[in-house]
Design a protein around this ligand. Structure first.
Ligand code: SF4
Length: 366
């Protein structure tokens, strides 16, 4: 099937002018803001990401601010978005730009692609949107849209599909409006030719020529691959309180949630006896230990089953190696990943249930 460049772009831009999304960074040409938006949008839906983006930009409005911010502030601003390596890469890239480019955002592909966390798609999106440079930005949205228009019945990561789509996108990219071209296709993929719901073909500017629609197979393209089963891991997590302060420690710098705060935890489901022994090894004297409801936290490649233990401690030796903080300090200045903060919520729920049932018993007795 052949696509005519002029009529394709005419239909695309007409649709975009009427139905494209209005996003906070789209009408700006500040490369720093577009850079932040593009990185935040990797792995995160637009609706979720917008309030994070606005808060991030209001606290760190320039690349210099980002380069100089503390890790704690950076992670606090990122808290809840997940995939924290994106935030660290963002800051490292800002520091490199400050050091090597005098704070001027690079306009050339070769410099941009060497920055941490920037791949082909991000470089193309930044260059085309911020500088109107003729680069395509091909992500999952574009592979899906073009595989449907062209009727390519292959999985989305299939090299043949990728090559064909890439060739077409390069040919169709208009040199005078590359940023609008990329943004319009991103919008079409997010709102019309969607991934997880039936595409709204009746509203699509390409319905008449779309091969998948003509054959009635739009929902079956791209072909889905059977999902690999996720690894599962059980961890016993200790929410330890001493004098109203919570015990936290830092995770290893490398690996999952690298360098982030966590509640002390151990692999496996510990019995009360084993939990007491672990607390003794940490030089913590418990006055009570209560099991919290089990929770699950899903990462992209692994699921954690979390067995929470609420521990009230009467003593902890100074050399525990933990950092003891109030809830207020934790909430205001530190970043606790969701995998652990859900245990605080579970503890609060369980405490209020317990208080309620105690009140009911007292009411019955009086
Ligand atoms: S007609 Fe339907 S399947 Fe084809 S590109 Fe448009 S929304 Fe996607």
């Amino acid at each position: 099937m052949a696509l005519d460049k002029e009529s394709f772009n005419c239909a695309l831009f007409e649709w975009y002018s009427k139905s494209g999304r209005v996003l906070p960074w789209q009408k700006e040409h500040d490369p720093y803001r577009i850079f932040v938006a593009v990185v935040m949008l990797q792995q995160t839906q637009v609706a979720t990401m917008i309030p994070y983006y606005q808060r991030f930009i209001s606290v760190l409005p320039t690349i210099k601010d980002l380069a100089e911010t503390s890790d704690e502030m950076l992670l606090k601003l990122w808290e809840g978005l997940g995939y924290y390596s994106r935030a660290r890469n963002l800051k490292s890239a800002a520091q490199i730009i400050m050091k090597e480019q005098g704070g001027i955002f690079p306009k050339d592909y070769d410099t941009l692609i060497r920055l941490p966390g920037i791949g082909d798609y991000s470089a193309g999106a930044i260059l085309s949107i911020a500088f109107q440079a003729p680069f395509e930005a091909i992500d999952g949205n574009l592979y899906r849209i073009f595989s449907r228009i062209l009727g390519i019945e292959r999985p989305i990561n299939d090299p043949v599909l990728r090559r064909q789509v890439s060739t077409w996108v390069k040919q169709l990219l208009p040199k005078d409006r590359p940023g609008d071209f990329n943004q319009a296709l991103m919008d079409l993929g997010a709102t019309i030719c969607t991934a997880n719901t039936a595409p709204a073909c009746a509203c699509c500017p390409f319905m008449a020529g779309c091969m998948a629609h003509q054959k009635g197979i739009e929902k079956d393209i791209p072909k889905r691959k059977a999902k690999a089963l996720k690894k599962a891991e059980t961890r016993t997590v200790f929410v330890i309180l001493n004098d109203g302060k919570l015990a936290l420690r830092k995770r290893d710098a490398e690996g999952l949630l690298g360098g982030m705060w966590e509640f002390p935890n151990r692999e496996g489901e510990l019995t009360f006896e084993a939990a007491k022994m672990q607390l003794a090894a940490w030089k913590i004297t418990p006055t009570s230990i209560r099991k919290l409801p089990s929770l699950f936290h899903h990462f992209s490649h692994i699921t954690w089953k979390l067995i929470g233990m609420k521990v009230i401690a009467s003593f902890h030796a100074p050399e525990t190696g933990f950092t003891w903080v109030s809830r207020e300090t934790l909430q205001q200045t530190m970043s606790l990943p969701k995998a652990f903060s859900i245990l605080l919520e579970a503890m609060d729920d369980s405490d209020s249930m317990e208080a309620k049932s105690e009140k009911e018993i007292l009411t019955t007795l009086t």
